[in-house]
Design a protein. Structure first.
Length: 495
């Protein structure tokens, strides 16, 4: 692998605006934004003896740029002033259009750490000089990036050299042959084919040779079961994580807790606090993972797998038999955030949700392992898949495009402490034991793609048809919809 230069370590202190900045960068389906929220907050740390952009001398800047060029490991190719465009659906401000932090500020951009933002600008300057090229982030908007892929990429004349994709619209062009293979353009000694420090390949139903995302050591895409600790304490119940350590945190025990937490707190005869409640996609993902079930992680649908059937039957029990799950509102934010207003005792949530809501409740919100189902063993944690980059067919000299992009994205020169500042992640948890548990569970995140490929809504038809509307039994609903998902998987077979 190429020579690495490791700089001074970061002393991490994330500012309050880091989360807002990272979340503003995400659009479309919020269920798939969590992992990127962590990566997009990368410039939010601080460092001992940090010098502000205003006090850096011209000599310092020139020396930094020269070092960046010298540290790059690929042999440069003169790209003749070519502009390499990266399409996404939010504004990025570190490209060839901005020469300084003042330029970014004047354009309406902002940052939470001057040093790391300056490092990113320096990396752009370095690749511009080395490769004789320009870099441009292109904000196409959520609908615009989908349209661009569906029109320009399929026509063989892509608007951008690289696209950032949500898997909802990233898998289809791969399956239809519009994306170049990583192994065809990445050099043998490239980061993505060796260390994986900068980029990680995305597994798509058994094939990982097309899409890739920024690497991270922070489990920002993991999904945790969270609970209202004050409510559990007031009922004299043992902490779920303690039960988990003893192997007693099972679906049966969870059902007991959920029923105990379902209460009429104002005495009007109607339940106003429930044992469980969350967004429907998190509900399905969470309870399937806790039973070692996956719906779409291979070439065969997993809806009819007995483990998946057990998961849907348990969800049905919570909503329709025990009535300990909060009646579904069919309002994404209402369902997703019910936990922070004290309306439910237990919910599934991603780190960015916990961080966003940390100041919106006056009780400790703790995490615990998901209760283990009858076919589960505690080895699988639910996760929402991150966004991924692709280089489409029709992009000329994809090797140089990739090399430039890798060098630019490695603005931290392999010192991942600049990129993976843990303070953003840790700020969503109440103590160090919780952080330790979050990292342990995050390492078990699964790779179930159903929420990204189920465009015909087979899973939602089961959830709404059975759990919400009670139109059929779980078995009937799965039998009616399993072929819909299988047909979608067959359509997306990747060679």
């Amino acid at each position: 692998m190429r020579r690495k230069t490791v700089g001074n370590k970061v002393v991490s202190v994330l500012l309050a605006g880091a989360l807002a900045a990272s979340l503003a960068a995400c659009g479309g389906n919020t269920a798939n934004t969590g992992a990127d929220a962590g990566n997009n907050a990368a410039d939010a740390g601080t460092k001992e003896d940090t010098k502000s952009a205003e006090t850096e001398t011209a000599a310092d800047t020139e020396e930094s740029s020269d070092a960046a060029v010298a540290d790059s490991g690929y042999e440069a190719k003169d790209l003749g002033g070519r502009t390499i465009k990266i399409g996404l659906w939010w504004d990025e401000y570190w490209d060839s259009n901005y020469q300084s932090l003042d330029d970014i500020e004047a354009a309406g951009g902002s940052w939470t750490n001057e040093e790391t933002m300056q490092m990113k600008l320096d990396a752009v300057r370095a690749v511009e000089e080395k490769w004789n090229c320009k870099i441009e982030w292109v904000n196409l908007g959520w609908d615009g990036i989908i349209d661009s892929i569906n029109t320009s990429v399929t026509a063989g004349t892509p608007d951008c050299d690289i696209y950032l994709t949500d898997l909802q619209f990233g898998i289809s062009p791969v399956a239809n042959g519009y994306v170049q293979k990583i192994s065809d353009y990445a050099p043998a000694d490239s980061d993505i084919l060796t260390d994986g420090t900068v980029f990680t390949k995305q597994n798509l139903l058994g094939n990982d040779d097309y899409l890739f995302h920024e690497s991270t050591t922070i489990p920002s895409g993991a999904m945790y079961m969270t609970y209202n600790a004050a409510m559990i304490d007031s009922l004299g119940l043992e902490a779920p994580e303690s039960l988990a350590e003893k192997g007693e945190w099972t679906w049966d025990k969870f059902a007991e807790y959920a029923k105990a937490c379902t209460q009429d707190t104002d005495g009007d005869g109607n339940m106003d606090v429930y044992g469980y409640g969350s967004a429907w996609t998190l509900t399905v993902q969470g309870f399937c993972a806790s039973n070692n079930a996956t719906i779409a992680d291979s070439s065969t649908e997993g809806l009819s797998d007995p483990k998946t059937v057990e998961a849907f039957n348990f969800i049905d029990q919570l909503y329709n038999v025990d009535k300990s799950a909060r009646p579904y509102q069919d309002d994404w934010n209402n369902d997703l955030l019910a936990f922070s207003s004290g309306k439910v005792a237990f919910a599934f949530a991603q780190p960015w949700i916990l961080i966003q809501e940390i100041d919106n409740h006056d009780f400790d919100m703790r995490i615990c392992p998901a209760p283990v189902g009858p076919s589960g063993d505690g080895s699988m944690t639910p996760a929402m898949i991150t966004n991924n980059y692709m280089i489409p067919v029709g992009v000329e000299d994809a090797t140089s495009v990739y090399c430039v992009f890798e060098e630019m994205m490695n603005w931290y020169h392999d010192d991942i402490s600049y990129r993976d500042d843990p303070e953003w992640f840790e700020s969503g948890f109440v103590d160090e034991d919780q952080v330790t548990l979050a990292n342990k569970l995050g390492a078990l995140a699964n790779n179930d793609l159903w929420n990204s490929i189920d465009s015909e809504g087979a899973v939602s038809k089961i959830f709404y048809g059975d759990v919400v509307n009670g139109d059929s039994t779980v078995s009937q609903a799965i039998e009616s919809n399993k072929q819909i998902l299988q047909d979608e998987i067959d359509t997306l077979k990747i060679q």
